[in-house]
Design a protein around this ligand. Structure first.
Ligand SMILES: *[C@@H]1O[C@H](CO)[C@@H](O)[C@H](O)[C@H]1NC(C)=O
Ligand SMILES: *[C@@H]1O[C@H](CO)[C@@H](O)[C@H](O)[C@H]1NC(C)=O
Ligand SMILES: *[C@@H]1O[C@H](CO)[C@@H](O)[C@H](O)[C@H]1NC(C)=O
Ligand SMILES: *[C@@H]1O[C@H](CO)[C@@H](O)[C@H](O)[C@H]1NC(C)=O
Length: 408
């Protein structure tokens, strides 16, 4: 072996071909996550029902399993920041705050599993988590093993108190540490978001090799402005993001806030429709103990979830935009499609748009489709590829249709 070849081998083994390959998240993960709705509320003295503690997660698991969420595919109950003690134990291991998680995380995992659900947890690649709890830096292997020992099924790995320039090597070290435990754990990375925010260009090939899902953009907040800023980012970066995604690896535009305070009924339908067109993870952050029936109906819409979970896993794209009207189309298996007409106007009346199916992006050579409104649960009849379809869309709302090959 000459020196050059040997050097190449060393470089390959350092940076080379290891990939996550844990067989998980073949369709976008679905579940619930504490952060957007419950934040870092650790005041169990004054707010015992809403603080970050085992009681909250057990109640959410109860509602997920009994109120129909589990039946349509919601699976993960995910703890976010502020769950742990401020110190590691004498063996250098993390443990849950003993006042708020008196039974310990392993018992909580057992409880969640007993409901037929899975447990997610949160850590951070840096020195500290975003809320100032111990980070995983210099403890990657022990933390991965701790989570595996507890029966954790999903890890959100944040990037506060860390240098985005080292994440290309740092996050993959955690990928390896998780793999070494022998327990398959969904790995959710915040790596590209921190790199974007610092002006770097994320390497999505590397990220897709190491993470099951990853955040690209700002944290979602409980508002329509926040939802539309994310939609705009996904439109602008579509080609890069669409190429990065597929079964086992997903762009994550952040949590679903349907059932909270900030979105109207129409806006809630819009978030559900757009997150499904993107094939985004559907991690709700709401209070499942008290979400309205209207919100529940949107979140439990099986036809829309089927679009989200479609086996192709393709991110839909904006096929048309004029003024405040946008049309987004996502290819589905069997040469089917889903299309969302999104009206960004806020000026009062519903607005109509007419387009041929061809202009909607139905480009697989099929001549006739049967259209279906997936919010009204109603067939809209047969259309030729050059026929005009007309959608009348409420302000900040959507019309969402699926199209399957016409058999008549
Ligand atoms: C670890 O990685 C190997 C090789 O990529 C893969 O076959 C295996 O399933 C992974 N194990 C886990 C637990 O993720
Ligand atoms: C546990 O959380 C409470 C607030 O709910 C806090 O007062 C206490 O210091 C925490 N304990 C540890 C060991 O971090
Ligand atoms: C991105 O990562 C891939 C996979 O590790 C690598 O082959 C490629 O060279 C990287 N691209 C850049 C621009 O660094
Ligand atoms: C796709 O078509 C095949 C063959 O007709 C059918 O078995 C399958 O259920 C279809 N898949 C979906 C998601 O419609």
């Amino acid at each position: 072996m000459n020196i050059w070849f040997m050097t190449s081998l060393v470089i390959l083994s350092l940076y080379g071909t290891f990939s996550l390959d844990n067989g998980l998240a073949r369709t976008p993960p679905m579940g619930w996550m504490a952060w957007e709705r419950f934040r870092c509320n650790i005041d169990c003295v004054n707010d015992p029902d809403n603080c970050i503690g085992e009681k909250l997660f057990m109640q959410i698991a109860d509602h997920m399993s009994t109120d129909g969420f589990k039946d349509v595919g919601y699976e993960y109950v995910a703890i976010d920041d502020c769950w742990m003690s401020h110190q590691r134990d004498s063996n250098g291991k993390l443990y849950g705050n003993t006042t708020r998680f008196p039974s310990g995380i392993k018992r909580l995992a057992d409880y969640v599993h007993s409901k037929g659900l899975k447990l997610g947890i949160y850590e951070d690649y840096g020195k500290l988590t975003c809320a100032g709890y111990p980070g995983s830096l210099d403890h990657l292997e022990v933390d991965a093993q701790t989570f595996a020992d507890w029966g954790v099924d999903y890890l959100k790995f944040d990037g506060c108190y860390s240098n985005p320039k080292v994440m290309d090597t740092g996050y993959p070290q955690m990928t390896k540490a998780l793999n070494k435990t022998g327990i398959p754990i969904v790995f959710s990375c915040s790596w590209p978001d921190y790199q974007r925010a610092s002006g770097m260009k994320p390497n999505y090939t590397l990220i897709g090799d190491n993470c099951n899902l990853w955040r690209n953009f700002n944290d979602i907040q409980d508002s329509w402005d926040s939802v539309t800023s994310i939609i705009d980012y996904y439109a602008k970066e579509h080609d890069t993001l669409a190429a990065a995604q597929g079964p086992g690896k997903w762009n994550d535009p952040d949590m679903v806030i349907i059932g909270d305070f900030g979105l109207s009924y129409d806006q809630s339908k819009s978030q559900m429709a757009m997150w499904s067109i993107f094939a985004s993870p559907l991690m709700m952050s709401n209070d499942l103990r008290s979400v309205s029936d209207e919100a529940k109906e949107i979140l439990l819409n099986k036809e829309i979830i089927a679009v989200n979970q479609d086996a192709l896993g393709v991110m839909g794209r904006q096929v048309y935009k004029t003024g405040a009207m946008e049309v987004w189309t996502k290819p589905l298996v069997n040469k089917s499609f889903a299309t969302v007409f999104l009206n960004r106007n806020t000026n009062g009346m519903p607005r109509s748009i007419s387009m041929t199916l061809k202009d909607m992006g139905y480009n697989t050579g099929v001549d006739h489709y049967t259209l279906r409104d997936v919010y009204l649960h109603k067939s809209l009849g047969n259309y030729g590829i050059n026929d005009q379809f007309t959608a009348t869309v409420n302000p900040t709302g959507v019309v969402m249709v699926t199209a399957s090959i016409s058999t008549t």
